[in-house]
Write a protein that binds this ligand. Structure first.
Ligand code: IPD
Ligand code: CA
Ligand code: CA
Ligand code: CA
Length: 264
């Protein structure tokens, strides 16, 4: 992916992410307008909308033939994987953005004909900038990340949201409990993009969740591919890029061990 076209896209995407991050940081000075979407735990702020619109305007000006799939719905009605598609989560971890002003990220995955080419996850408050380019590796703050190594579940720290440890309608929670019991520990950060970036950078060993949308995982799975991580549905099947998916993302080896528990 060394061609000029992708170098131009990479430079633009990185620049816009830093500019959007500044909008988010500056917003800490102001009062947020907070509403909710499907239910009271599903928050959205004026900044989620503003940042998505910021990206769409920039992309339309510079790359009018590209499509955008964004969480807040200002982009295109993307039904097919053909062409270049920017899959954007303007703020991943809106609850953290509202409650903590930390642990939220801008997440962008750029795909061509369904193949992930560029992934950016910027943890705005910490300044951790995760980037990956197909065939060139994944980077944290411009330092190349090493390939992931195998680890046993008994020595692994697993990212999992408490929702899935108790009875729920998406998975047999006893199987999730057996993973939790066998692991060294669990963590929950409240931003799927950050959790996927943490798997790619080795801070945690796996991340398991039962329902994510394309903008939650689009960038993260590009990062993981570049470091030898494995990301599938929680039943081991391939992720469907434009749909909601359960996600099991982990180091190699551990992925199979966790699937053995999940498919019991
Ligand atoms: C949410 C976060 C959260 C995950 C939810 C997502 P949002 O994204 O990634 O960690 O558990 O499933 O919807 O709404 O804050 O962009
Ligand atoms: Ca949301
Ligand atoms: Ca999200
Ligand atoms: Ca979001």
């Amino acid at each position: 992916m060394k061609n000029e076209k992708w170098i131009t896209i990479e430079q633009a995407a990185k620049k816009w992410v830093l500019e959007a991050a500044k909008l988010l940081k500056d917003s800490f000075e102001n009062t947020l307008t907070i509403t909710y979407k499907s239910h009271i735990a599903d928050l959205v702020t004026d900044m989620d909308k503003k940042v998505e619109q910021f990206f769409i305007q920039k992309i339309q000006e510079s790359f009018p033939d590209h499509k955008v799939l964004g969480e807040e719905g200002y982009g295109d009605d993307v039904q097919s994987k053909s062409g270049v598609i920017w899959i954007i989560d303007p703020i991943d971890g809106t609850t953290n953005f509202v409650h903590q002003q930390s642990n939220f990220a801008i997440s962008i995955g750029i795909y061509e004909d369904g193949v992930g080419i560029l992934g950016i996850i910027f943890d705005v408050a910490s300044g951790d900038f995760f980037f990956a380019k197909k065939g060139e590796g994944a980077f944290l703050n411009d330092v190349k990340l090493p390939m992931l190594e195998n680890v046993a579940l008994s020595e692994a720290v697993i990212g999992v949201n408490a929702t899935w440890v108790g009875p729920n309608r998406r998975i047999n929670h006893e199987n999730v409990q057996s993973i939790v019991r066998k692991s060294r520990g669990t963590r929950s950060y409240g931003s799927a993009a950050i959790e996927l970036a943490y798997v790619a950078s080795g801070k945690i060993d796996a991340y398991l969740t039962m329902r994510l949308s394309p903008w939650d995982f689009a960038a993260g799975i590009i990062l993981l591919n570049e470091v030898g991580g494995i990301a599938t549905n929680a039943d081991g099947k391939p992720i469907r890029l434009l749909e909601q998916n359960s996600i099991l993302a982990s180091k190699p080896g551990l992925h199979g061990e966790m699937l053995d528990h999940l498919l019991k």
